[in-house]
Design a protein around this ligand. Structure first.
Ligand code: C5P
Length: 316
């Protein structure tokens, strides 16, 4: 039986702006997304049975059809029934390195890896845009995770335009293992508080989107100007999440006091990321923060921005 191993990187948001409501109940967003080198390894193979089986060493990861990776297989089976019946069920092994429920798209990147893996396993020959279209059925962050790198995401988050690659900036990720934030809650709370500021007309929406496309952050990315990138970080969801989670706000403040390039919450949190100019600085700041906060629940990782999404690492 053939098998593929895929590397599935996490993402952070360098910019997350909520523009308004959408008729489908989601929010109209404009985001700048960035892959980081911390990632999961997904092994996918035909199992010669009828069923889909998910295996993962992390007890926080569900193994049933609530797992996005499982749903990704179901989606492919539904869309490609002939190949699905020829090849039978699949086993998916997830080596979980990305913290779970963290605002780092861990589940989304696993689902993206399954789409890429099944495309190879079943010899479907789907292109990246075709895989991205399928990914929209699984979640707003899944389309970005396919090609990853640096990109602007608009609409629900599913419309992706690549930006010049960034890979020279080091990133500290920090998360309290005892805090988790519900993404629907974060958006709902934001809506309750800021609905009056929502842009209602489509012209206004495209103006906001355009402002980011031609704005300072995108220019800084094009020039690989890490100092500017650090200064321009922006996340609307901090307005709903930080008042409820003062520890997360304190973590951001602690990083900022350490002379990092910039620090912010990723997505709906609770993970905080801090941008650093090199690996040495990142390790040093990680140790300082760890000593200062001195909480056994605080977990940290040092990683780097990376210029790719899902990649195949092994084919047997
Ligand atoms: O698409 P995904 O399942 O990742 O979204 C999770 C939740 O985040 C949605 O159920 C919704 O509450 C919120 N969301 C939103 N607008 C978006 C993306 C997500 O309101 N564009």
């Amino acid at each position: 039986m053939q098998s593929y191993s895929l590397f599935a990187p996490a993402k952070i948001n360098l910019h997350l702006e909520i523009i308004g409501d959408r008729p489908d109940g989601y929010h109209e967003l404009v985001m700048v997304m960035q892959s980081v080198a911390l990632g999961d390894v997904i092994d996918i193979r035909a199992n010669g049975k009828e069923e889909i089986r998910v295996f993962c060493q992390n007890p926080q990861v569900p193994l049933d059809n609530t797992n996005l990776a499982y749903k990704a297989v179901q989606l492919m089976q539904k869309n490609y029934p002939t190949q699905a019946s020829n090849f039978g069920g699949v086993d998916i092994h997830i080596e979980k390195n990305i913290p779970v429920c963290a605002g780092l798209a861990g589940g989304s990147t696993n689902a993206a890896a399954v789409l890429v893996g099944i495309n190879l396993l079943w010899g479907l020959g789907l292109t990246q845009p075709e895989l991205r279209d399928l990914a929209t059925y699984l979640g707003s962050d899944v389309p970005f995770c396919i090609a990853g790198g640096s990109a602007i995401a608009t609409g629900r988050g599913e419309q992706i335009e690549p930006l010049p690659h960034l890979d020279n900036i080091w990133v500290i990720l920090a998360k309290y293992s005892n805090i988790s934030v519900s993404t629907p809650w974060a958006y709902k709370t934001y809506r309750e508080e800021f609905h009056d500021l929502y842009i209602q007309d489509s012209h206004g929406v495209s103006q906001r989107t355009h402002a980011v496309h031609s704005g300072e952050l995108v220019r800084a990315i094009a020039h690989k100007d890490s100092k500017q990138i650090g200064k321009l970080l922006y996340n609307d969801l901090q307005k709903s999440v930080l008042p409820e989670y003062p520890e997360v706000k304190n973590l951001i403040d602690q990083f900022k006091s350490q002379n990092v390039l910039g620090a912010m919450m990723s997505g709906s949190g609770p993970t905080v990321f801090a941008l650093c100019k090199n690996q040495e600085q990142a390790n040093q700041i990680k140790n300082t923060i760890s000593k200062e906060i001195n909480d056994p629940n605080l977990e940290m990782w040092v990683t780097k921005m990376c210029s790719h999404g899902i990649i195949t690492t092994q084919h047997k």
